[in-house]
Unconditional design. Structure first.
Length: 437
């Protein structure tokens, strides 16, 4: 990987793209430290210090925003509205025929869906910004902080609207920065910004482990956490690269005096076909009852049960529920993102077939069978990756949203592998020497 980056910096046009990407990253990180109007910076900093290592319900969202959420800054919402909008549009593509038709139109249809995603992102940013401002005003953003109610001193309607507009504008700027990286930089812009947001929380979280440790001044715990993180990264890289290759043979066709086809290829089905989406879905769904209980003024038994069982990452009921939801959403997402019948029809249209399998419906049934077989180990792997680091790190006093948790590792490794592949492919295009030297 380091060799690929070194070679990229020696290539003039790739060096410009890398420097442009780094410049956008710097702008993004600066924006995560600019407070919005109407917020008491002193009160926020005091509450952040008290909540260090115990960020509660907002810990995961704060991690995706690079720590900007709890700081109540311009980029407080980060890229979460865009990610949510993208997932919603992807799910609606299966349900709404109009979106499915746009998806099949190629580049023009994709551009239209991207435009819908932008509109939905702004709408979600307004909704989430309003919720965040209301939470900050009520003091629920830092439930255990004494000055939490002083974070927003001015409770007027004008100040509230101004704060929501600033957060929405910040989300639009983040979306624009991500698209700039995609168009003029290296890699997928939104993925790069997500990578940077998570990586930005590493130093403070690791240092918190060291300060809370008791063995050799905390260095034993610090080294153990680093070792566990490296092992988990190696395991994730190994599984993320694993795939089942289904051979496909294309028959020869004579068109005029030329023959076409007769080639052999394969359909790569990854073991983890769903990526990190099931983990995000499961986490979000488990946050809902805890969020309702937090804002509910009721003293009923259900609220006590939720607070005791569904808010602590090391509770057995939370662990079992989290694991089962990840397995369920892995199968659900694979079912809506990969259509065996569509793949079989495309193969039949262009004269392709799987050796030993008849074209058409038998091919679709075979693909569905193979997909179900490899989704089982993939879903179990996701569940274990999401839970094992959390359980191991709880013993060291880390929060359940520590960066070496399952979600963080999956995102960082996935984005890192994809970015390195893009760099290597562009290097190969520029340095291809051909058959004759």
């Amino acid at each position: 990987m380091l060799t690929a980056f070194a070679r990229a910096f020696k290539t003039p046009d790739l060096r410009k793209k890398l420097l442009f990407t780094l410049g956008i990253i710097v702008v993004y990180r600066v924006g995560t430290h600019i407070p919005i109007p109407g917020v008491s910076y002193t009160a926020v900093q005091e509450c952040v210090k008290e909540a260090s290592g115990n960020q509660g319900l907002f810990g995961m969202i704060n991690m995706f925003s690079g720590g900007a959420l709890l700081q109540v800054t311009v980029f407080a919402l980060g890229i979460m509205p865009y990610i949510t909008a993208s997932i919603i549009l992807q799910l609606l593509t299966v349900v709404i025929p109009r979106l499915e038709a746009l998806k099949k139109e190629g580049q023009a249809g994709t551009a239209k869906i991207t435009q819908y995603t932008r509109y939905l992102t702004v709408a979600l940013a307004i909704l989430q910004g309003t919720g965040l401002v209301a939470t900050a005003r009520s003091g629920a953003l830092f439930s255990q902080c004494q000055v939490a109610g002083q974070i927003v001193p001015d409770r007027s309607i004008f100040t509230t609207i101004t704060m929501v507009i600033c957060m929405t504008a910040g989300t639009a700027v983040v979306m624009w920065l991500g698209e700039l990286i995609t168009d003029r930089g290296i890699g997928n812009g939104m993925s790069i910004l997500m990578f940077i947001s998570i990586a930005a929380t590493f130093p403070s979280a690791l240092w918190a482990i060291k300060k809370q440790g008791t063995l050799a001044g905390g260095w034993i715990e610090f080294g153990t956490v680093i070792l566990v993180g490296l092992v988990m990264v190696g395991l994730v890289v190994f599984v993320e690269q694993a795939q089942r290759r289904i051979p496909v043979q294309y028959a020869k066709r004579m068109i005029g005096r030329r023959s076409y086809g007769g080639t052999s290829t394969y359909i790569p089905l990854k073991v983890n076909q769903a990526g990190v989406i099931p983990v995000i879905f499961a986490s979000s769904l488990l946050y809902i009852p805890a969020l309702v209980a937090q804002f509910s003024g009721s003293k009923a038994g259900w609220k006590t049960w939720v607070e005791q069982n569904l808010t602590k990452g090391d509770h057995p009921i939370y662990i079992v529920s989290y694991f089962l939801l990840i397995v369920f959403f892995a199968f659900f997402y694979v079912a809506i993102s990969f259509n065996p019948e569509e793949v079989a029809d495309n193969m039949k249209k262009y004269g392709g077939f799987i050796p030993g399998i008849r074209a058409g419906r038998p091919t679709a049934e075979y693909l569905s069978y193979v997909l179900n077989r490899i989704t089982w180990p993939g879903s179990l792997y996701l569940g274990l990756i999401a839970l094992v680091p959390t359980m191991a790190l709880v013993g060291f006093g880390a929060s359940q949203n520590f960066p070496f948790g399952g979600t963080s590792i999956l995102i960082i490794v996935g984005v890192g592998l994809e970015t390195v592949k893009q760099i290597e492919s562009q290097l190969q295009q520029r340095n291809y020497e051909g058959f004759l030297r």
